[in-house]
Design a protein around this ligand. Structure first.
Ligand SMILES: *Cc1c(COP(=O)(O)O)cnc(C)c1O
Length: 408
């Protein structure tokens, strides 16, 4: 059997997915970025600078923690958490922001822009920009700004200009479009720091490369801790950057199973979810060909998840290829599963996970039949849940008052 290590061709295609489906005006900036990245990523001084800042500023390597009580209570596997929640700013996003901002500096750009949904990527980018004294503009849907007021205030305190986007649904998709518009207009001095393994080439490849530090560390750490490779990797999938970052360095290890967990929202039957693989079709959204939630006429559908970070209509193109190859299995966890995941992490381990990360834990709780005693499982704890406590309170209030239908 041949190993399945996916990589894009020169024009950024992962098999039938990916590519650069953008207007003419974006071709020049994307081509410049592709070429600069190809050159700079190999430069030993760039790699050294990145490694040093990941260590001294982000706090890497993050621990691989064995969740002993959860393993014992669930009784079905040895569960390890890869602790991305302990990164500076509280999630994996900064691995990518740091890489891209360093790249931007070497390309001679003085200004960085980014989109943000829940605000985690905006905070990470504003943080790194502040550290380097760069001008930073963050585009954010007006609705998201209201839902995530805390992160808006963090970004502004860090010196970023947070621009409300009022088009369409006023959420992440519109914020990405607005950032692209800014980029086209200011490309001479500006780099666009895209926040997930999404969009046109080279972003899916570049973001994956910067996030692969997660899997490289985890591979080394589990060999030391368990004395062997894991049986299974689990990660939540929004755009797909924390998942591909964990998975990619293990793709050649054929015995390691991998499961990506999408947002099942209120259940995938009534349409209020973000389960692109369960219900989506192949289409093009914001520069890339991939699985997209769309109606019969190709109109992008509304998505729903209790976690803002998983709430997007398209998934990163490399995941679409990994799914077709059967190398990674994609499934979903509902809002309710995720809330059960939050409770289990809190009560068994004293760890308050981000709602996104809690989807991966929720899948484990929902599917004990998928695990055997003694299995070694790594769950990517992509972020911490401080940002979500208000959302959790709201969920509790809505689900304790009106007819809670027993069990979880
Ligand atoms: C943004 C975010 C996600 C989802 O994004 P991916 O690109 O799929 O990783 C997951 N977890 C946390 C904590 C996030 O902030």
């Amino acid at each position: 059997m041949s190993t399945t290590v996916t990589k894009p061709n020169r024009r950024g295609h992962f098999g039938p997915y990916g590519g650069m489906y953008v207007p003419e005006t974006l071709m020049a900036p994307l081509t410049e970025l592709t070429e600069s990245y190809r050159r700079i990523r190999r430069d030993p001084s760039f790699r050294e600078e990145l490694a040093e800042l990941l260590r001294e500023y982000v706090g890497r390597p993050t621990p691989l923690y064995m969740a002993r009580r959860m393993s014992r209570e669930l009784g079905h596997a040895d569960i390890y958490f890869k602790r991305e929640d302990l990164c500076h700013t509280g999630a994996h996003k900064i691995n990518n922001s740091l890489g891209q901002v360093l790249l931007a500096r070497r390309m001679g750009k003085k200004r960085v822009i980014a989109e943000t949904g829940a605000g985690q990527h905006g905070v990470a980018t504003a943080t790194v920009a502040a550290m380097f004294g760069m001008e930073c503009v963050i585009y954010m849907g007006k609705v998201d700004m209201e839902r995530q007021a805390l992160n808006v205030s963090r970004m502004r305190r860090l010196g970023a200009d947070v621009v409300p986007v009022t088009a369409g649904q006023q959420t992440l998709k519109e914020a990405i479009s607005e950032a692209m518009r800014d980029w086209v207009t200011h490309v001479r001095n500006t780099h666009y720091v895209l926040g997930s393994a999404l969009g046109a080439h080279p972003y899916p490849m570049m973001v994956r490369d910067f996030q692969s530090v997660i899997g490289r560390e985890a591979r080394r750490q589990i060999l030391k801790a368990a004395g062997r490779l894991p049986d299974m990797l689990l990660a939540c999938v929004g755009g797909g950057s924390n998942a591909i970052g964990l998975f990619h360095p293990f793709l050649g290890d054929e015995k390691v199973r991998m499961i990506g967990v999408e947002a099942g929202g209120e259940g995938i039957r009534n349409g209020k979810h973000a389960a692109r693989f369960a219900k989506g079709k192949v289409g093009i959204l914001q520069g890339t060909r991939t699985f997209v939630l769309q109606d019969r006429n190709g109109q992008i559908e509304l998505t729903h998840s209790v976690s803002a970070g998983l709430d997007y209509a398209a998934v990163g193109p490399e995941h679409s290829l990994l799914r077709d190859l059967g190398r990674v299995e994609y499934t979903y966890a509902t809002d309710r599963d995720a809330m059960a995941g939050v409770d289990a992490c809190c009560r068994f381990e004293g760890i308050l996970p981000a709602l996104e990360s809690a989807h991966a834990v929720g899948f484990m709780l929902r599917h004990p039949e998928r695990f055997r005693k003694g299995d070694v499982v790594i769950v990517n704890m992509s972020g911490r849940g401080d940002k979500d406590v208000q959302e959790m309170e709201k969920w509790d209030a809505a689900h304790s008052a009106s007819g809670k239908k027993g069990g979880s």
